[in-house]
Write a protein that binds this ligand. Structure first.
Ligand code: GLU
Length: 476
């Protein structure tokens, strides 16, 4: 057992915040105003299921309203509690500011194990929770816009949107009350993959900066890098898949609820996921070495470690043994404040959660804008763009004929160039741009200020600066 007590998740976030503001020159009082969580609403409601009334406990925390609506997911898990929801709401404030999504920070949670109830029961529970939040404007297109988080997805968001619409039949913007909806129910292409895609873009941007790669004691590109992924849920799965399929990474270990799988040759992410869907876990998977205590694999030799599940998995009891030179926090809060210090001293570079997993809320922002503008991205411009490209291709074809064998268009150039961008391409382009910009802002602070020792502190500085500017603009 460790003698040093680990702080709670919220305390951990506060500690990291404090470390950063100590380096800033904020007016007295403003620092406190930004740090504290504005309000947390707790609701206990009953739902009649299987012949008896079951009581559920849910929360919606609003951390900061310097911009409205406030934004953040709703988590379903038996481990949900007020401390956790408040920590997650605070991270949402910093995350939104960092990627310039015009929202304050919020988060919700419901103490429920979704695996214990069937689909119809989950719908009843979700609709009742949504009703409780919506009647207090804690779900509202211009005040508070939830999204998926652990244990929830498109299905729950569709129920929430429908519940809100039933309660607000004349609200033309009702669909913008929640993001992460299915595409056929007001969602946006690319939202489901967004957080994992954002992790990929973040790593691509990191590897564009040789100096940063060197700071982590590495060299080269993403190609051939050994990656360990903890949690093959929506975020971990997409991140691992894109890195393996498009960047040449090798997924050398996967850690799930029931244990870990390891293979130095690399695991087939889709295959492992299909196995989990069928068998409920990784145990019994025909290739790779299985271990019941999967957390052991966090300590394996690798190049990149991606914790993509719960908070606090890298803590003071295992930080010393982590060998990865680069950690990217795909989950919220996977590295505790104590572990952060230990890892920094060891020279490990951590790409922090508020940046690394901001892809989700970035695409949520696009979805919200789409809902408010009532038009799909690309609908007006796509064919016009194609027509203009056709003009150029026509001229190039003439040149091609004229020059004969001396010059030739690449075989798939025409087809690729002619295709105007649809919604998915635009969403990915917007996300890529956001991830690149935010990283460049953070790394500049990291390199330019001697008193800033890591990317997390740099990210806090950039983000708190933006939140402070909003408060100042409000006259506070
Ligand atoms: N739950 C996700 C997060 O932690 C998404 C939030 C959102 O899209 O509003 O960032």
């Amino acid at each position: 057992m460790n003698a040093v007590k680990e702080p709670s998740f919220r305390e951990s976030v506060d500690l990291m915040f404090n470390r950063a503001v100590a380096l800033m020159d904020l007016p007295p009082g403003l620092e406190e105003k930004i740090r504290v969580c504005n309000a947390t609403y707790t609701v206990r409601f009953g739902v009649r299921l299987r012949g008896q009334i079951h009581t559920f406990v849910g929360y919606r925390s609003v951390h900061s309203e310097h911009m409205e609506p406030v934004k953040g997911g709703i988590r379903y898990s038996l481990a949900v509690n007020q401390d956790e929801v408040e920590a997650l709401a605070a991270l949402m404030t910093y995350k939104c500011a960092l990627v310039e999504a015009p929202f304050g920070g919020s988060k919700g949670g419901l103490c429920v194990d979704p695996r214990e109830w069937d689909e119809h029961e989950m719908e009843q529970i979700t609709r009742r929770f949504a009703y409780e939040l919506a009647k207090r404007d804690l779900i509202h297109p211009s005040q508070n816009v939830p999204a998926p988080d652990m244990g929830t997805g498109e299905r729950e968001m569709a129920w929430i949107a429908d519940q809100y619409r039933r309660m607000n039949t004349t609200d033309i913007n009702a669909r913008a009350c929640v993001t992460g909806k299915p595409v056929n129910a007001g969602g946006i292409a690319g939202r489901t993959e967004a957080t994992g895609r954002g992790v990929q873009y973040a790593l691509q941007e990191f590897f564009r900066h040789k100096e940063d790669v060197k700071a982590a004691g590495m060299k080269g590109t993403l190609d051939g890098k050994r990656v360990i992924v903890q949690g093959l849920g929506n975020v971990g799965y997409h991140a691992a898949k894109f890195l393996a399929d498009q960047d040449g990474c090798k997924i050398t270990a996967v850690i799930e609820r029931d244990g870990g799988l390891m293979s130095e040759d690399g695991l087939d992410v889709d295959d492992v996921r299909a196995w989990i869907a069928k068998h409920g876990g990784v145990d019994g998977y025909p290739s790779g070495r299985y271990v019941r205590d999967g957390s052991k694999y966090l300590e394996n030799e690798c190049d990149i470690l991606i914790p993509a599940a719960l908070e606090g998995v890298i803590n003071i009891s295992n930080a010393e043994r982590i060998k990865a030179p680069l950690i990217i926090e795909a989950a919220n809060g996977p590295v505790t404040a104590g572990a952060n210090e230990i890892l920094r001293e060891k020279g490990c570079v951590i790409i922090p959660d508020m940046y690394a997993n901001a892809g989700g809320v970035t695409v949520s922002y696009f979805e919200w804008v789409k809902n408010l503008s009532h038009i799909r991205f690309g609908r007006m411009g796509r064919r016009q763009e194609e027509a203009r490209h056709e003009l150029i291709v026509g001229e190039l074809e003439k040149l091609d004929e004229h020059l004969g064998d001396a010059w030739g268009m690449s075989p798939d150039f025409k087809q690729k160039y002619l295709r105007g961008a649809g919604e998915l391409e635009l969403v990915r382009s917007g996300l890529d741009d956001t991830m690149r910009n935010a990283y460049q802002q953070i790394r500049e602070v990291w390199h330019e200020r001697e008193d800033v020792q890591d990317l997390r502190t740099a990210a806090y500085l950039v983000s708190i600066d933006k939140v402070a500017a909003s408060y100042r603009a409000l006259g506070l």
